[in-house]
Write a protein that binds this ligand. Structure first.
Ligand code: 1GP
Length: 247
C-alpha cells in the first residue's frame, strides 16, 4: 500500500495532470522562508522538496524542515544528496538512485548508509529513479559523477526510464541540473512519458510559465522549480502554476 504522501501525489497528478513541486535548498534559503512557503501553499504548489547537491549540515537542514512544517501544511519530501540530506522532521523522502552515475556511491552506496535512518525516523520512502540529462557542468552532474545523457538522446533516456520502472521505482525524475541554462527538451519528456507508466518528474532550468506549459503538454506529471523561486519569488511560481492549469 502506498504511504500518504505518495498517494496524495499520485491523486493530485491524476486530478490535475501536472503538479508543481517547489525545491527549497536549505543552503540558499535562510530568511523569508516562512512567508515563501505560505505563499506557495496559497498558490497551489503540491509539495515542498527539501535538499540540494551540496547540503553539508544536518542541523541547517533540520532547521529548514522545521520552519517549513510550522509555516504551511504542504507535504515535505526530502530530496537528498546522501545520508546528510535526511531529516527526521520531514514527512517523506524520495529514496532515489542516480541511475546514470559512474559511482556506486550514488547508485546504491548512500542508500545503504541511509536506509536505517529512514526507518528509524519513520520517513515515508518514495522509490525514484533519477537521471541527469544535458550539460555536464551542473552541480548535480558533477557531484553525482553522472554520465549525462545529451538532450537529443531521447531513446536512451526512455530506456533508463523503462529500466527504472522494471526495477520497481515508482517515479522517474529527468534532471537538467539546478540553474541549468536549458531545461529538459520537451521531446525527451514526451518520449519518456510514452515509454513508461510511472509519473515523470522534470526539473532544472525551468523559469517561465511557457516552459512549464510545454513540459506539461509533453507529458510531465510534475515539474520542479528551485532557482526561479530563489531569484524571483513566489509571484513567478504563481504564474507557472497558472500555466500548468492551462496545459
Ligand atoms: C534541481 O531540478 C531542480 O534539482 C530545480 O532546478 O533550480 O533550475 O529550478 P532549478
Amino acid at each position: 500500500m502506498l504511504g500518504p504522501v505518495e498517494a496524495g501525489l499520485v491523486d493530485a497528478i491524476r486530478d490535475r495532470g501536472c503538479v508543481h513541486l517547489a525545491l527549497i535548498d536549505p543552503e540558499k534559503f535562510s530568511h523569508n522562508l516562512r512567508d515563501i512557503v505560505a505563499d506557495l501553499e496559497d498558490s497551489g504548489t503540491h509539495a515542498i522538496l527539501i535538499g540540494g547537491s551540496t547540503v553539508k549540515s544536518s542541523a541547517q537542514l533540520d532547521k529548514a524542515v522545521k520552519t517549513i512544517r510550522e509555516s504551511c501544511s504542504l507535504p515535505t519530501i526530502l530530496f537528498p544528496n546522501g545520508p546528510v540530506g535526511i531529516s527526521r522532521f520531514a514527512h517523506a523522502i524520495f529514496f532515489m538512485s542516480l541511475l546514470n552515475s559512474s559511482s556506486t556511491q550514488y547508485l546504491i552506496g548512500s542508500q545503504v548508509e541511509g536506509a536505517s535512518m529512514v526507518r528509524r525516523f519513520n520517513l515515508e520512502p518514495i522509490p525514484l529513479g533519477y537521471v541527469i540529462v544535458g550539460k555536464s557542468e551542473t552541480a548535480a552532474s558533477t557531484v553525482g559523477m553522472a554520465k549525462s545523457i545529451p538532450f537529443s538522446e531521447v531513446d536512451l533516456a526512455a530506456n533508463y526510464a523503462l529500466a527504472a520502472q522494471y526495477l520497481g521505482m515508482r517515479f522517474l525524475y529527468l534532471e537538467a541540473g539546478s540553474g541549468a541554462e536549458r531545461m529538459v527538451d520537451p521531446r525527451m519528456v514526451s518520449r519518456v512519458s510514452e515509454a513508461v507508466n510511472i509519473p515523470v518528474i522534470v526539473g532544472g532550468g525551468i523559469r517561465t510559465p511557457d516552459q512549464a506549459e510545454q513540459l506539461a503538454r509533453a507529458g510531465a506529471s510534475a515539474i520542479v522549480t528551485g532557482t526561479v523561486l530563489e531569484q524571483e519569488g513566489p509571484g513567478r511560481v504563481k504564474e507557472i502554476l497558472a500555466a500548468l492549469k492551462r496545459a
